[in-house]
Ligand binder design. Structure first.
Ligand code: UD1
Length: 419
């Protein structure tokens, strides 16, 4: 087991390049199954979830090699429609594979997926979407068997714009003859990226980024070379690191328009932010101000994946900040550890009320989920003294060597082995 040892109090200062998006790479790796030829994902982040996904693809019969920041996938060998039990339990995104496996082999079997411990994460919308395309589904003892023998294009309506379910249906429909329409689709930038990737393979998907997505099935998709979009959450986390330490940062290779909700809140806290094409610079004030209210929502609302980090930042802001988590239940598990570091937070259901304190203190804490873990690192950067954040592996699920990026920007942070 590894952890991050952080000596707080150093300002984050300097320039950094954003990594590519975990939430774009995972569905793209899944969609690579649809291709007849080889696919190369350029600038693929070196994160645990991407490697876990690659391992699943290998077990399904594909060749998958990660070298020099590139993931190469040869999906011609896809022959297995049963997803490996142990791996699918580890990574929730394995559920995305249902769509592409069905698209290629017309049958798929998966164990109920795992992933972050952020409350009940049902998959009813994924299954509803696939059923609307004629897939017959049998659920038995945690195993889901899908028979796509009578699959056909059709209309899918989601009563909630689930990111993963939208992506699953796009992938399932990409090789289905006819027109599939997804109504009330999720609008996240990563869905636009999936559309762009499938179209780069020769697919016909349009409308991503809006509530209606149309997929015209094609006979075959070919491999391609593709670079996913920048990671708005990893970038937002670095902006928060500069904000919480009273520092300044210039991020390159980002899409500022994908970070509008985050920058808006950081401005409300008193940060000066300058945006240009693919670049954001932030200067933090000596003391941050509380924001009045932050509530998470599907895109283009405030992203739930930035809630924990903003909560950590608000711990040292002057005044009272209110945070409402609307997307996931049970996504405030970082609060207990922040309080151990001296934060003043009251939680009532999915609402956290943060009374800013002048200083946090170093403590021994543990990541409980990916973004909550990043929030603890942020708090540690601002805290007086030393903090040990245990379970670095959870943070490694989505951040490409976070400790290296932060050290480069002036933080005193080390990866340490724990017994
Ligand atoms: C994706 C992101 C995750 C992000 C989330 C919301 C990836 C790999 N992960 O997760 O980082 O936090 O979007 O922006 O892209 N739900 C159902 N039934 C379903 C599916 C979802 O009730 O079948 C609920 C979930 O429990 C949750 C909400 O819908 O409360 C949002 O989930 P969803 O949009 O599906 O998120 P994910 O695709 O799992």
């Amino acid at each position: 087991m590894e952890g991050f040892q952080v000596m707080g109090g150093e300002k984050i200062k300097g320039e950094a390049k954003a990594q590519r998006a975990k939430n774009a790479v995972l569905p793209i790796l899944a969609a690579a199954l649809l291709a007849d030829g080889d696919t190369v994902i350029r600038q693929c982040p070196d994160i645990r979830d991407a490697h876990a996904m690659a391992e699943i693809l290998q077990k399904l019969g594909c060749a998958c090699v990660y070298a020099d920041g590139e993931m190469r996938i040869s999906s011609q060998g896809l022959k297995n429609w049963v997803m490996p039990d142990d791996l699918s339990k580890q990574i929730r995104s394995s559920i995305f594979l249902l769509g592409p496996i069905l698209g290629r082999l017309r049958r798929a079997t998966v164990t109920y997926p795992g992933g972050c411990e952020i409350g009940l994460r049902p998959i009813d919308l994924h299954l509803k979407g696939l059923k609307a395309l004629g897939v017959k589904i049998l659920e038995e003892g945690g195993v889901i068997r899908c028979d796509g023998g009578s699959m056909r294009a059709g209309d899918v309506y989601f009563d909630y714009p689930s990111v993963g379910a939208t992506e699953n249906v796009i992938m399932a429909a990409a090789l289905l003859p006819g027109l599939t329409t997804v109504h009330n689709a999720a609008r996240e930038p990563e869905i636009v990226d999936l559309q762009d990737f499938i179209n780069a393979m020769g697919g016909r998907v349009r409308g991503a980024g809006t509530q209606v997505i149309e997929i015209e099935g094609v006979n075959a998709l070919r491999g391609c070379v593709y670079t996913p979009i920048p990671d708005r959450i990893a970038a937002g986390t670095l902006l928060c690191a500069a904000a919480v330490t009273g520092g300044e940062i210039c991020l390159r290779g980002v899409h500022p328009w994908d970070l509008i909700p985050v920058c808006d809140k950081l401005r409300e806290m008193g940060c000066r932010i300058h945006e240009e094409k693919e670049k954001i610079a932030l200067w933090a004030p000596r003391r941050l101000k509380a924001f009045s209210r932050l509530q998470t929502q599907p895109h283009p609302g405030f992203p739930t994946d930035m809630q924990a980090q903003m909560l950590a930042v608000s711990c040292v802001a002057e005044g009272t900040s209110v945070i409402v988590e609307n997307v996931f239940e049970n996504r405030l598990s970082h609060v207990a550890d922040l309080c151990r570091m001296g934060a003043d937070i009251r939680v009532n259901g999915c609402t956290a009320v943060v009374q800013g304190v002048e200083k946090l203190n170093g403590a021994k804490v543990a990541a409980r989920d990916l973004r909550g873990g990043a929030a603890l690192v942020l708090a540690a950067l601002a805290a007086q003294g030393e903090t040990l954040v245990e379970r670095a592996a959870l943070i490694d699920r989505g951040y490409d060597h976070l400790e290296r990026t932060l050290s480069f920007l002036g933080a005193r942070i080390l990866r340490v082995k724990l017994l």
